[in-house]
Write a protein that binds this ligand. Structure first.
Ligand SMILES: [Zn+2]
Length: 232
């Protein structure tokens, strides 16, 4: 991709819904449920990706004037490349999706199951700085149950992508619906965006809450019951 000086100038021709990128600024629009990926996203091996990212990150550091011969800095491009592919963006690759086994609902438990305070670390796709938060998940079994640690793994898989919080919330909900074969799903995410707290408007105390409710969780008394569990 080639950048033009105009892309960084105060105004440019790129617009979403009649707003220019400048007007949108830090308002974190997103365009859909699926993470926008190129069709050839996985033609390159992870090893090739790491080598390429390392070269490119070294160029970024070089442009900023950092001395890459310094002992403290010279390993950074490799470390960043490894971290991107193997850790913080590993959820882009479907090969890393957790394998989920379901069990018969032997106890005939037919009330909501709530797994709360699932801590996750993600990254804002608009600034590539951390989003740190907690996810709360609830579902009512349609006959199968899922291992509790697997709920956590699903959250971590989708968090390990460049994300926006609304999409993260919806992607987790869609995955749970598909796996558990039920509409009775709730996902609530409460997160702090470092692009808001450490830069831009520098608001250190605000948090963003997003939610997805479907099936029985669209009923006000079920939402109230869930909120009650979350507040305990
Ligand atoms: Zn951001």
């Amino acid at each position: 991709m080639e950048f033009k000086t105009a892309d960084f100038a105060p105004t440019n021709g790129n617009r979403i819904s009649n707003f220019s990128f400048d007007e949108i600024g830090d308002d974190h629009f997103y365009t859909g449920l699926e993470t926008p990926m190129k069709s050839d996203a996985f033609e390159m091996s992870d090893l090739e990706k790491k080598e390429k990212i390392s070269d490119l990150f070294a160029q970024i550091m070089d442009v900023m004037g950092l001395d890459l011969t310094d002992d403290s800095l010279k390993g950074t491009p490799n470390r960043v490349a490894k971290m991107y592919i193997e850790e913080i963006f590993s959820g882009l690759n479907p090969a890393n999706k957790p394998k989920i086994a379901l069990f018969e609902n032997k106890y005939q438990y037919n009330q909501m199951l709530v797994e709360k305070n699932i801590t996750f670390y993600s990254n804002c796709e608009h600034h590539f700085v951390p989003i740190i938060g907690q996810a709360h998940i609830a579902y009512v079994s349609s006959g199968k149950v899922i291992g509790l640690s697997k709920l956590n793994r699903i959250v971590q898989y989708y968090a390990k992508r460049p994300q926006v919080q609304e999409r993260l919330t919806n992607q987790i909900a869609m995955e749970l619906k598909a796996i558990l074969n039920t509409e009775d799903i709730a996902v609530i995410i409460d997160a702090k965006h470092l692009c808001v707290s450490s830069r831009g408007v520098k608001d250190d105390t605000s948090a963003t809450v997003t939610s997805y409710y479907s099936g029985v969780f669209e009923k006000p008394h079920k939402i109230a019951e869930l909120q009650n569990y979350l507040n305990q």
